[in-house]
Ligand binder design. Structure first.
Ligand code: WT7
Length: 655
C-alpha cells in the first residue's frame, strides 16, 4: 500500500486552494486572456507589438535574429534612446508635471521629482558625463545608496550610450574593485555614503580603496548625501554638485542600435568569479515595460507604485528604473531599512503616499510576519490593490499572510519568477486573468516558453518535477557574459541542447501550475540574493588561518537560506572563542555583509569521496539537523559523527 507523506498531503492542500481573479479587478485589468493565444499564434508578432509601444527613432527590419544562437538579436536595425523613452517622451506628451519619484530618505528627508525635473537632471548628468569624456560603449561603475541620483546616473549613462555596471552599495571594496576591473570602467559614480539603520555608512572610502588598483578609472564622481568627511584625491575626485549642477538642462540625445549594450550587472555563478551579465537596449526595454504594465497592471495616471528593491540588483534595474519610468509611472523609493526608526516604517510609507502596488521579497514578508500583525494594522493600507513577490520561492503561509494582512484579502498576488539573466519577469500569474495558488508562480507569461526537463532533456509532464528551462529566446534575455562568451555558452546552454537552463528545480502540479523548488546548483539564495558557495569558500581560504572550507546553504525561516561554513584551520592555528567571529567578519569584508555566514563550524576533516570531492549533501544534512543520508561513498564515514557533534556547540549571532 502506498504511504502518503505529510509533505505530499500539505502540497495537495495548497495546490487545491485557488484564488480566481475578482470580477472587478478583471474588468479593469491591462492583461487579457487572449494575450496567451495571440503570443502562441505568432510569438514574434506579439513581441513586435510590445516593442512598438516604445518610441523608436528608426524602425527595426527584423524582429528576431537567432542565427548566431545562443546570442540573440532583437528588433534588428531599430534605433532608440532608453532615457528618451523613460523621460523625454512623457514630457513631450504633456505629463511633465506628473511625479516620477517620491524619494523617502531614511532620516525622513523627502524629494518629489516630476518627469520634467527628471529630464532636467538626466540632461545635466549626461552633459557632465560627456564633459568627463565618457563615450558610447564605455563602462561606468555606479556604487550608491538608493537615492534619486542613482537612478539619474543610470539614465544619464543610457542617454549617452555608456554601459553602467551598478554595484550594490553593500558590497565590499574588493567586490567593487574586481567588478571595475572586469568591465574596465573609466568612471565611478558614488556618494560620500548613505543612511542605514539610523546610522551613516561610508561608500567613498571603499571606492578610494578599490580604485588604488584600477588604472582604467579616470574619475570618481561623488554625490554628497550624508555630509560626512571623505578623503579627497584631487586628481580623480569630483563632486557631483560641482560638475552636474553647472550643466545645461538641455541635452540632445543620440539614438543607439537596438543591440547596443545598456548595462552589465554582476551576479554569482557556481565559481568564485561573478559573471558580468550583459543586457542590451531595445529588447530589454521592451520586456521590462511590457511586464511592468501587464504583471503589475500599472495605470500610470492613478497608481503609486513601490518596488522595495535596491538598484544594485536586477529587480531595481527593471522594476525601479527602466520598467516603471518607460511606462510613465509614479513611484516611491525608500533609502533605508524597514525597521528604522521603527518596525512600521514601510506601512507608514504606504499610507503616506497612498501606494497602490507593492513589489517585495518573501524574506521581507516573513520578517514582517515575525514582527507581528499589529504593525501593518496600525496603518491605513486600503490604497493597495496589487501585491508582488520576487527573489525566491514564497511559502504558502507567507503568501496567505501577505494576502490577508497586507492586502486585506482584496489584492491579487503576483509571484514573479525571473533572474538577472532573463532581464525581466518570465513566469508569473497575470492579474485579473490567472487564478492563483498560494506559493506557485503559475505559468510563463505570454511570449515566454518554459518547460521542465528530466535528466535526459525530456519534458517531465504534469505532476512531476525536474529542471526549469526556457525553450525559446526572449527579448530581455542576456546577450552574454562580459568578456567570456565561452562561459556564457557553457553555463546556460550546454546542459540541454538549444535550451536555456536556468539553474532552478521546478515541478508541474496536476493542474499545470509551476512550483519553483530552488537552485539545483551550488548557488545559495540568501534573502533573495544570489551567492555562490565557492565565492564564500574562496573568501574563507583567503584568511591566513584557514586551510580548507566548505560552504552550504541551509534552510532558514526568514532568509530562505542561511550560509553555513565548515572550516579546517591551518596547522598551528588554534580554535578559540573569537575564531568563528573573525572569519565571519572576514567574509563580510571580502564580499559584503550579505555574505557573512550565519554559522561557522571549525572541523578537523571534511566529508570527501575517495576521489576527494566534498560531499555537500551531507554537510547540508548536518546544517539542517537532518538524519544523515547515505555515507557509504565517504572515504572515512566516521568523520560525520565528529562534524555533527560539533555543530551543537558552534556559535552564531545576528548582526
Ligand atoms: C534566482 C535568480 C529576479 C530578481 C531577483 C533575483 C530565484 C527569483 C523567484 C520566484 C522562486 C525565485 C531563482 C532564480 N527566484 N524569483 N518568484 N520563485 N525562486 O535575481 O539574483 O538573478 O536570482 O532567484 O532561484 O534562479 P537573481
Amino acid at each position: 500500500m502506498a504511504v502518503v507523506s505529510g509533505e505530499a498531503l500539505e502540497n495537495l492542500a495548497t495546490e487545491n486552494r485557488l484564488f480566481p481573479p475578482s470580477e472587478s479587478f478583471a474588468r479593469q485589468a491591462n492583461a487579457q486572456p487572449a494575450m496567451y493565444e495571440e503570443a502562441a499564434a505568432d510569438r514574434e508578432a506579439f513581441w513586435a507589438r510590445q516593442a512598438s509601444e516604445l518610441q523608436w527613432s528608426q524602425p527595426w527590419t527584423n524582429v528576431l535574429d537567432w542565427t548566431d544562437a545562443p546570442v540573440s538579436k532583437w528588433f534588428v536595425g531599430g534605433k532608440l534612446n532608453v532615457s528618451v523613452n523613460c523621460v523625454d517622451r512623457h514630457v513631450a506628451a504633456g505629463i511633465g508635471d506628473r511625479v516620477a519619484i517620491y524619494f523617502e530618505g531614511e532620516p525622513g528627508d523627502t524629494q518629489t521629482i516630476t518627469y520634467k525635473d527628471l529630464l532636467d537632471s538626466v540632461s545635466q548628468a549626461a552633459n557632465a558625463l560627456t564633459e568627463l569624456n565618457v563615450r558610447p560603449g564605455d563602462r561606468v561603475a555606479i556604487y550608491m545608496p538608493l537615492i534619486p541620483e542613482a537612478i539619474i546616473a543610470m539614465l544619464a549613462c543610457a542617454r549617452i550610450g555608456a554601459a553602467h555596471s551598478v554595484v550594490f552599495g553593500g558590497f565590499s571594496a574588493e567586490a567593487l574593485r574586481s567588478r571595475i576591473e572586469d568591465a574596465a570602467a573609466s568612471l565611478v559614480i558614488t556618494a560620500d555614503g548613505g543612511f542605514r539603520k539610523g546610522n551613516m555608512f561610508g561608500l567613498k572610502s571603499a571606492v578610494d580603496e578599490a580604485v588604488k588598483d584600477t588604472p582604467t578609472v579616470k574619475n570618481v564622481l561623488v554625490v554628497r548625501r550624508t555630509g560626512q568627511d571623505v578623503a579627497w584625491n584631487s586628481g580623480l575626485d569630483i563632486w557631483w554638485h560641482d560638475i552636474v549642477g553647472k550643466q545645461s538642462t538641455t541635452h540632445a540625445p543620440e539614438s543607439f542600435d537596438s543591440e547596443h549594450p545598456l548595462f552589465i550587472l554582476y551576479t554569482s555563478g557556481t565559481t568564485g568569479k561573478p559573471k558580468g551579465i550583459l543586457h542590451t537596449t531595445g529588447g530589454y526595454l521592451t520586456q521590462a515595460a511590457y511586464t511592468h504594465k501587464n504583471v503589475f497592471d500599472l495605470k500610470p495616471e492613478t497608481d503609486v507604485y513601490w518596488c522595495t528593491a535596491d538598484v544594485g540588483w536586477i529587480t531595481g534595474h527593471s522594476y525601479v528604473t527602466y520598467g516603471p519610468l518607460a511606462n510613465g509611472a509614479t513611484q516611491v523609493i525608500y533609502e533605508g531599512t524597514p525597521d528604522t526608526p521603527h518596525q512600521g516604517r514601510w506601512w507608514e510609507i504606504i499610507a503616506k503616499y497612498g501606494v497602490t502596488i507593492l513589489y517585495t521579497a518573501p524574506t521581507a514578508i516573513r520578517t514582517f510576519m515575525k514582527w507581528g500583525d499589529h504593525l501593518p494594522q496600525a496603518h491605513d493600507l486600503l490604497s493597495l490593490r496589487l501585491l508582488g513577490s520576487v527573489g525566491e520561492p514564497i511559502n504558502p503561509e507567507a503568501w496567505m499572510w501577505y494576502r490577508e494582512v497586507i492586502g486585506g484579502n482584496n489584492c491579487p498576488i503576483v509571484d514573479t519568477w525571473w533572474q538577472t539573466e532573463t532581464g525581466s519577469i518570465m513566469i508569473s500569474p497575470l492579474p485579473g486573468v490567472t487564478a492563483t495558488k498560494p506559493g506557485s508562480a503559475m505559468g510563463p507569461i505570454p511570449g515566454i516558453s518554459a518547460e521542465i526537463f528530466d535528466d535526459a532533456g525530456k519534458p517531465v509532464g504534469l505532476g512531476s518535477g525536474g529542471y526549469l528551462v526556457l525553450t525559446q529566446p526572449w527579448p530581455g534575455m542576456l546577450r552574454g557574459i562580459w568578456g567570456d562568451m565561452d562561459r556564457y555558452r557553457e553555463n546556460y546552454w550546454s546542459r540541454f541542447k538549444n535550451t536555456y537552463f536556468a539553474g532552478d528545480g521546478a515541478k508541474w502540479d496536476t493542474d499545470g501550475a509551476i512550483w519553483l523548488l530552488g537552485r539545483v546548483d551550488d548557488v545559495m539564495n540568501i534573502s533573495g540574493h544570489r551567492i555562490s558557495t565557492t565565492e564564500v569558500e574562496s573568501a574563507l581560504v583567503s584568511h591566513p588561518t584557514v586551510a580548507e572550507a566548505a560552504v552550504v546553504g541551509a534552510s532558514d525561516d526568514t532568509t530562505g537560506q542561511g550560509i553555513v561554513a565548515f572550516v579546517i584551520l591551518r596547522a598551528g592555528s588554534v580554535d578559540g572563542p573569537g575564531v568563528a567571529q573573525e572569519l565571519r567578519a572576514h567574509v563580510a569584508k571580502e564580499i559584503g555583509a550579505i555574505a557573512r555566514p550565519r554559522q561557522i563550524l571549525i572541523v578537523a576533516e571534511l566529508p570527501k569521496t575517495r576521489s576527494g570531492k566534498i560531499m555537500r549533501r551531507l554537510l547540508r544534512d548536518v546544517a539542517e539537523n537532518r538524519t544523515l543520508g547515505d555515507v557509504t561513498t565517504l572515504a572515512d564515514p566516521t568523520i560525520m559523527n565528529l562534524i555533527s557533534s560539533g555543530l551543537s556547540n558552534s556559535s552564531s549571532d545576528d548582526d
